[in-house]
Design a protein around this ligand. Structure first.
Ligand SMILES: [Fe+2]
Ligand SMILES: [Fe+2]
Length: 257
């Protein structure tokens, strides 16, 4: 299975958005073979404006693969949370494909930069896990733990402790996030916490540039690579400890049953 993870497109009529970078990245994404789906982890717009939503819809429609999308804090600005469902569908959902149960969650609040999930969306995580698929992936915009090289460590979701507790308790193997415009991956117990950098926002950090992630999953391993859009170079960021992963254990249990 292959998932492309894009974040922080930041469509905008001003200086926040780099359309030439989007086109270059789009070309790389569309040239990827055997992609099961693309996950876009929010901030498709900069101010949540109608013109930006129209631009974002136009750009996302140019992606040749199936896209599943959650909103970011920028998409919730200026009543943008009214527009998101109109343009991109339900902001919190579960999506099943092959052996994967994907839980997408809106982590943003209107006109606030801080993220919050809360009990209702925690229940979504547990519902996704209970679907009995061999692999649960959870995706939302804000980060759960501080992301190095991204400046002041603000906007971690307010209920990060409770969210982490649920994710670790259920041994969710993969959590996908964005928001900090820096690619990052870290393993916490049996869970990979992975941030995608920005795809096409002009607000990049130092030399991190514009990037997206490619997630490759087989029966024993999950690996995440970062693609630098400018250089087109691919580097492995993180992969599982293949003998300890929950989905591997579950798979064995299924065979025994
Ligand atoms: Fe952003
Ligand atoms: Fe954000």
């Amino acid at each position: 299975m292959k998932i492309v993870h894009i974040s922080d497109i930041h469509c905008n009529l001003g200086s926040d958005y780099d359309d030439s970078m989007f086109k270059k990245g789009l070309n790389l994404v569309n040239n990827e073979k055997d992609v099961d789906f693309v996950f876009i982890s929010g901030d498709l717009t900069t101010n949540g404006l109608l013109t930006e939503y129209e631009m974002a819809r136009d750009r996302v429609d140019k992606i040749d693969h199936r896209c599943i999308i959650v909103p970011g804090n920028h998409d919730e600005r200026n009543l943008g949370y009214h527009l998101f469902p109109e343009f991109f569908g339900i902001p919190s959902f579960t999506y099943s494909i092959d052996k994967v149960s994907f839980v997408g969650l809106a982590s943003s609040e209107p006109d606030k930069n801080e993220g919050h999930l809360g009990r209702a969306r925690h229940t979504f995580i547990e519902t996704g896990v209970k679907k009995g698929k061999s692999l649960t992936i959870v995706g939302f915009h804000h980060h759960l733990i501080p992301v190095p090289n991204s400046g002041r460590e603000t906007n971690i979701i307010e209920d990060a402790g409770e969210t982490l507790d649920i994710l670790l308790k259920h041994k969710v193997p993969l959590v996908l996030m964005g928001h900090r415009h820096v690619p990052y991956g870290v393993r916490l117990h049996e869970t990979l916490l992975v941030n995608a950098g920005t795809f096409s926002c002009t607000r990049t950090r130092a030399h991190f540039g514009h990037t997206f992630n490619i997630i490759e999953i087989d029966d024993t391993n999950i690996s995440i690579s970062v693609i630098n859009i400018e250089s087109e170079k691919k580097r492995l960021m993180i992969e599982t400890d293949k003998f300890r992963m929950n989905y591997e254990i579950k798979k064995r249990n299924l065979i025994i049953l």
